[in-house]
Each structure stands twice: as structure tokens, then as C-alpha cells.
Design a protein around this ligand. Structure first.
Ligand SMILES: Cc1ncc(COP(=O)(O)O)c(C=O)c1O
Length: 450
């Protein structure tokens, strides 16, 4: 891309698409941060109506974990689609889907002798919703423990256990209890060394009551503000849950499948999950989600979670290709190393460009990173207004990035990001932080984000 679109008239074809989008696409499904309108994509790049090329450091909220149009995914989907094993997993068996489920289950560590089952679905939301309801059915208990700042889905029970919605006014479900998520940088106890033990004590008290069906948690809290918990968090949760015989659902929809430097994010803590949920990158750009868990839970109610297109073989074929590429290209290990380098480059760039007053912290694990925007370099004064303008300025400069938790840039590029793209992305992001003031309040007014 040459030049910027700062304060320039939009390209006419882009402006036309924006008008038509506003006239036809329902607001209930819009979470917009800029006038980004996409006509194509290849690798780490999106092509905008009007011809600009943008480097996507969000990977479409991680749904494009392998970037756009990965040849292996295209080949697998094209081949299956030309003679698909049905279009639904409800009432017929697809060899492609069964093989994929076997393979996904085999990839997940286990330390119990339980038989395991795999639910195949469409989105992270349905995977979590199904897992939560299955835990309730199998245990005969109703209460669910989740975490403040958590996000597990945009519909149904998965939405009700997502604290971000409750904090924004969704009527609370009396059967959901939220505990603090341990945040070493903004500790709820006031002391980073006690966040873990405090959560452990609170969880122990809740579970000892005996009415909890399950606990659900993100290994890194993403939409709540890219919070990286202290080492051992998942180990502690697993141990408290097992002591109380309460299943733990580890939600890897956002950060699973290689992104943290491990195939499964829970492996960082050396934990074998009771239940684990997947989505986003699992389908390589197609809608595919999954739950892997014990048969006593996932077989607990035949025909109790029915989505016609769930388990469809074309999406399963895409899932095969995704697992193939992650393994054959060593993408998990690469994500760990590239993420370290990208974080170092961001930290060094913040210092070199004198942006310390705007950036309170750069953190993350592998290619799951957060850039925390604040006032006066102070973590106690988050700066959501700056985040809105930085995201908009980044779009003007040719980079796609979104913010989470109000003020944190979420940097989750495709795992296939090249070294050169990484370098360019870091520099443009830093420029966007430096130049955010060039964006006017009017320009961002139409983009409420969240
Ligand atoms: C951790 C986590 N779980 C679940 C979901 C829901 O996934 P989807 O929007 O694909 O239904 C999300 C979406 O952002 C997520 O970040």
C-alpha cells in the first residue's frame, strides 16, 4: 500500500460497499472498528474493496490461523466438496468427519482412563454451549463457575457465562458464579503474588458446596484484555476441580491450535484437560468447532444438541488440512519463537520511539499478544479512547488489529506470518500508536467497537 487514507475521501467502490452494508446487514452482528471492507485475501493479507492490501495482525479474531486461502485447505475443501460425504452429521456417518474426530481426540493429552468423545460443531459458541449443558446433564447440577472478564460465546448459555456481556448489561443468570481471573498486572488482591492463592481459596469454597456442574476458563483471557495468568493457573484449577469431582472446561477457541507455542495452550501448564473446546482456526476459515471430553459427559443426552450442518464433511476436511499444516510446518514451535521475537521488537520499538507514556505493557505467549494502551505510562489509567484511534489509524496505514478489554491491542497474526511481515507489522503498529492523534473523533464516531 502506498500512502494512507488519513482524512482522504474513501475509494468510491469502498464507499458504495459501506453504504450497502449499512442498508442490509443487521446491526446485531456488527462489531466494527473501521470501515474495513474485504474483497479477497491471501496469506497474511486482506484485499480491500478499492484495491488496498492490509496486513492482518488479527487473523480475523484468529479464525484465519493459517492465513487466507492456504493451499492445503483449498485443496482439501475442493476435493471433499466435489463429492461430499453428506452435508450433515446428524443422521448419517461421514468417514472424513469420523477420521477428523479420531485425530483431534488423539492430539489432546489425557490422564484419565475415561473413553473420550468428540462433538463437532460450527462455532466456538456452540462448542462451549454444548459442553456446558452436557456437564449439567451428566452431573445433575446446575451451577457454573466462570471468570470475570471471560468470553465464551455470543449466544445462549455460552453467552451467559461470558462476563463481558454481563458487565455490559446482560441480565445475570443466577446459576452462574464469576470469580476474579488472576491478573498479575492489575491484581484484584492488590498484590500479584497472592492472585493465584486467592482464586484457589475462592474456587475451593464454591466447589465444596456441591452444586457446581463445571468450571469454564480461558487459558489466556483474550476478549477481557489479553490477560496472561501466572504460571500454574490451569494446574491449580485442575487440581481443585479434581479434588471436588467437578469437570473443568478449558476454552481454547481463541488461543488453541499452536498459537501459544504449544499445540494446545493448556500444555504450557502441563495439564491434561477434562474437556477442551476448539473453534476459530480449527476450520481454516470455514465454520468448524469441537469439544473433546469424556463419554460420561458427552454421551449423556443423545440428540440433545442438534445443529444440521454440524459435523459436515467439508468443514471436517478443512480441519484435517489445518492439523496437517500445523504439524508438517512445525507451526506451534514457530509461533513460540516468532511470538518471542515480535514481543521483543514491540518492546524495543516502544522504547526507541518514546511511546512509553502510551504503552503500559506488552505481554503474551507465542503469537497471542497484547499491547496495553494507557495514559502517562500508568497501568491504572487504561486509555480506551487511544485504543479506538490506534486501531483506526492502523487501518489507515494498512494493518488490521482490534482491541480487547477496552484498551488492549490484540495481536494475533496468522501462524504463517513471515519474518518480513512480522517486522513490517510491528513498525506500522508502532506508527499507528505514535500517530493516533491524527484520527479525529468524527472519524471513529461511527465505529463503536465494544
Ligand atoms: C475464548 C473464546 N471462546 C469462545 C468464543 C466464541 O467463538 P465464536 O465467536 O466463533 O462462536 C470466542 C470468540 O471470540 C472466544 O474468544
Amino acid at each position: 500500500m502506498s500512502g494512507t487514507q488519513a482524512s482522504q475521501a474513501l475509494d468510491p467502490s469502498l464507499a458504495d460497499l459501506l453504504r450497502r452494508d449499512a442498508a442490509v446487514i443487521a446491526g446485531v452482528e456488527k462489531l466494527r472498528f473501521s470501515p474495513l471492507a474485504v474483497s479477497g485475501g491471501k496469506g497474511s493479507y486482506l484485499f480491500e474493496a478499492g484495491g488496498r492490501r492490509l496486513l492482518d495482525l488479527s487473523a480475523s479474531w484468529t479464525a484465519a490461523g493459517l492465513g487466507y486461502g492456504h493451499p492445503a485447505v483449498v485443496a482439501a475443501v475442493t476435493s471433499e466438496m466435489s463429492s461430499p460425504g453428506g452435508a450433515s452429521g446428524l443422521s448419517s456417518i461421514s468417514a472424513t468427519a469420523v477420521r477428523f474426530a479420531e485425530r483431534l481426540a488423539d492430539s489432546v493429552p489425557t490422564d484419565s482412563g475415561d473413553d473420550r468423545r468428540v462433538y463437532l460443531g460450527n462455532t466456538g459458541t456452540d462448542a462451549n454451549d454444548v459442553a456446558l449443558r452436557a456437564c449439567r446433564r451428566a452431573t445433575g447440577r446446575a451451577r457454573i463457575v466462570a471468570f470475570q472478564g471471560g468470553y465464551h460465546g455470543g449466544l445462549g448459555l455460552a453467552m451467559e457465562v461470558s462476563h463481558v456481556f454481563v458487565a455490559a448489561g446482560l441480565p445475570p443468570n443466577d446459576d452462574v458464579t464469576f470469580l476474579p481471573y488472576p491478573d498479575p498486572l492489575r491484581p484484584h488482591t492488590g498484590d500479584p503474588t497472592t492472585v493465584l492463592s486467592d482464586v484457589e481459596a475462592r474456587l475451593g469454597r464454591e466447589l465444596s458446596i456441591g452444586d457446581v456442574a463445571c468450571v469454564i476458563v480461558e487459558p489466556i483471557q483474550s476478549d477481557g484484555g489479553l490477560i496472561v495468568p501466572p504460571d500454574g493457573f490451569l494446574r491449580m484449577l485442575t487440581s481443585v476441580c479434581r479434588a471436588n469431582e467437578v469437570p473443568l472446561i478449558i476454552d481454547e477457541v481463541k488461543v488453541g491450535l499452536g498459537r501459544t507455542g504449544f499445540l494446545h495452550a493448556c500444555e504450557y501448564d502441563g495439564v491434561a484437560p477434562d474437556l477442551i473446546t476448539f473453534g476459530k482456526s480449527l476450520g481454516g476459515g470455514l465454520p468448524l468447532s469441537a469439544v473433546v471430553g469424556p463419554s460420561w459427559i458427552l454421551d449423556s443426552g443423545t440428540a440433545s444438541s442438534l445443529l444440521t450442518s454440524a459435523g459436515n464433511p467439508v468443514c471436517a476436511a478443512a480441519g484435517h488440512a489445518v492439523l496437517d499444516v500445523i504439524s508438517s510446518e512445525g507451526l506451534a514451535t514457530r509461533a513460540g519463537a516468532l511470538g518471542d521475537r515480535m514481543q521483543e521488537a514491540l518492546v524495543a520499538g516502544v522504547e526507541r520511539r518514546g511511546l512509553d507514556d502510551r504503552v503500559g505493557s506488552v505481554r503474551g505467549r507465542g503469537l497471542t499478544m497484547g499491547v496495553d494502551l494507557v495514559r502517562d505510562g500508568d497501568l491504572s489509567t487504561p486509555d480506551p479512547a487511544l485504543a479506538r484511534k490506534v486501531v483506526y489509524r492502523a487501518w489507515q496505514l494498512g494493518v488490521v488489529v482490534f482491541y480487547v478489554g477496552g484498551n488492549v491491542l490484540e495481536v494475533t497474526p496468522p501462524l504463517t506470518l513471515s519474518d518480513d511481515e512480522c517486522r513490517d507489522g510491528v513498525e506500522i503498529l508502532l506508527t499507528a500508536i505514535a500517530e493516533a492523534d491524527q484520527v479525529t473523533d468524527d472519524e471513529v464516531a461511527a465505529f463503536a467497537g465494544w
